[in-house]
Design a protein around this ligand. Structure first.
Ligand SMILES: Cc1cc2nc3c(=O)[nH]c(=O)nc-3n(C[C@H](O)[C@H](O)[C@H](O)COP(=O)(O)OP(=O)(O)OC[C@H]3O[C@@H](n4cnc5c(N)ncnc54)[C@H](O)[C@@H]3O)c2cc1C
Length: 351
């Protein structure tokens, strides 16, 4: 089999890249390991996009470019596959006293959040709705979430039907990456692009990157009477996804990577849920995944400095949904037309 690009990994990174390469007329083959697929960050994630992030209420990096690009990409995907996956919902954030005192006045006076925020009279949030309204609240929009599983499964079905997906583990011993040509089993490709998420740390071509992966846990609850229409956030977030289902996340940890969810993580999330919602919830699911990141928290994109047949598309941290579409397009422009990558995402900045 001959293809232009062999892609390792069918998470958000590998999927968006495969779709962008195909749209550019390139032949791709995606390989994804069935043993690691289910616990991949992309399948665990709630898929939230939020223009304002972190304790300091900072405007999310490049949000003015990334968010419109993501929305355009997922809307085009929805038209092509006839499924709804990208849902816009405002995010209601309750500020801590410290945030209200220290950070909020700065953000208001700088005007940097003007396009994304509106102050909310918490008295107007119906106190009978089950939402705890104590504290100052601000509403961020546009925000929302991607139904990542439907996006990945439907994309996989499309790639599979076209003969462009194999559910197999990629093993490095079976790879030959000569200048201008890659050989893996029966496959010949012009380039191989690694999109393995946090497992890239074991990739012999890219083991020199300063990886900082973090484990995240997330719950799914059944909450009868849960009001929809908004994502709630008070440090952690509560996302109603319809049909009484509510996702609660997420924890951050730096140990037990690749391991199962923990009792402590579950308790932390149930406490967070109770700090936002007064209604009782029944636990349906508890999962853990690992966010792929490097030290400066920016993506790592580009070709290997010593072997240009080998590339990487990774490092999307906790924002894969918003970042992957824009950077997949930029990477394809770089690969196919030589349009330079931004220095701040180019893998070579880490040399
Ligand atoms: C709890 C949690 C909550 C999150 N919430 C959000 C959120 O709300 N919004 C958001 O934008 N992001 C969120 N994220 C982050 C998001 O999940 C990541 O940014 C994104 O999924 C990374 O995608 P990826 O494709 O790079 O990696 P992954 O999703 O890890 O995919 C890597 C793929 O590579 C495959 N693979 C690896 N090695 C091999 C091999 N040797 N052979 C074959 N296949 C291989 C794996 O099977 C996997 O399918 C969250 C993450 C976690 C853990």
């Amino acid at each position: 089999m001959r293809v232009d690009y062999l892609i390792v990994g069918q998470g958000l990174a590998g999927t968006t890249l495969a779709l962008e390469l195909s749209a550019a007329g390139k032949e791709v083959l995606v390989v994804d390991d069935p043993a690691t697929r289910e616990s991949a960050a992309s399948r665990v994630a709630a898929g939230i996009v939020n223009p304002v992030t972190g304790k300091r209420l900072a405007r999310s990096w490049k949000v003015e470019v990334l968010l419109p690009a993501a929305r355009e990409f997922y809307r085009a995907w929805e038209r092509r596959y006839g499924r709804r996956v990208f849902h816009t919902l405002p995010l209601l954030r309750f500020l801590t006293p410290e945030q209200e005192r220290r950070y909020w006045p700065r953000r208001v006076s700088s005007g940097e959040l003007d396009d994304y925020v509106r102050e909310v009279d918490t008295g107007a949030v119906d106190r009978k709705s089950g939402i705890r309204t104590d504290g100052k609240a601000v509403e961020f929009a546009p925000a929302g979430y991607l139904d990542t599983r439907t996006f990945l499964d439907t994309s996989a079905a499309g790639l599979g039907a076209a003969g462009c997906l194999r559910r197999e583990r990629f093993v490095f011993d079976e790879l030959r990456a000569d200048p201008g040509r890659v050989t893996w089993r029966d496959v010949r490709a012009t380039k191989i692009i690694f999109c393995e998420g946090w497992r890239a740390a074991a990739n012999p071509f890219f083991d020199w990157l300063p990886y900082t992966p973090s484990k995240g846990e997330i719950l799914t609850l059944r909450v009868p009477g849960m009001p929809g229409g908004r994502i709630l956030n008070r440090g952690k977030w509560v996302l109603p996804t319809g049909g009484e289902r509510v996702r609660v996340g997420a924890t951050y940890g730096w140990t037990g990577l690749g391991g199962p969810p923990t009792a402590e993580g579950g308790k932390e999330l149930l406490d967070a849920f109770s700090s936002l919602v007064t209604l009782p919830g029944q636990l349906i699911d508890h999962r853990a995944g690992v966010r792929p990141a490097v030290k400066d928290t920016k993506p790592v994109i580009g070709l290997h400095p010593g072997n240009e047949t080998v590339g990487i598309f990774n490092g999307f941290g906790s924002k894969g949904v918003m970042m992957a579409p824009h950077f997949a397009r930029r990477f394809v422009a770089y690969l196919e037309q030589g349009v330079p990558l931004d220095d701040e995402v180019d893998v070579r900045r880490n040399l």
